[in-house]
Design a protein around this ligand. Sequence first.
Ligand code: ATP
Ligand code: MG
Length: 157
Amino acid sequence: APIHLASFCSSIMDTIETVAKKKRIMLHSNIPEELFVEADEDKLRQILINLLSNAVSYTQDGGKVELIIQDCQDAEGTEKVLIKVSDTGIGIPKKDQPRIFERFYRVDKGRSRSSGGTGLGLSIVKHLVDQHHGEISVESELGIGTTFTVELPMLQD
Ligand code: ATP
Ligand code: MG
């Protein structure tokens, strides 16, 4: 059954809120009430939790994290859902951006030490997005922030 994005994401945002509060990070979301997507619930949840946890981990105290979902049509008229996770965090150097979706790739030990991750999160996200015939991209500027965009077909065929 199609997933109602506004209600699905609100429970995920509640989970992330607990972590964000400890860092005084402001969490925002903007999800149109009428949007639905055909996807695997567990996999979509894993995609969102990974991207939002990264956003919170790699953003300094007092920063902002935002989840925005919109719909759009591609050149062939196929309906898509655009999921954007943005933060005002430390950013990702241009040279590392092409490699962050590789397994175990981490930008540098210094910045990642405090989060204690393994470098698998984004490779799993990429794999789950591929399984839905979607696409993922990153835009980031060092010291300014990062936006990950996931584009999923609204309907799976
Ligand atoms: P894991 O997710 O397995 O616990 P991780 O967060 O280090 O560990 P990924 O989620 O795959 O691994 O991310 C890879 C690297 O990309 C991170 O180590 C971090 O350097 C960088 N990165 C990911 N998301 C962001 C972000 N929102 N802002 C800045 N850097 C990020
Ligand atoms: Mg991670």
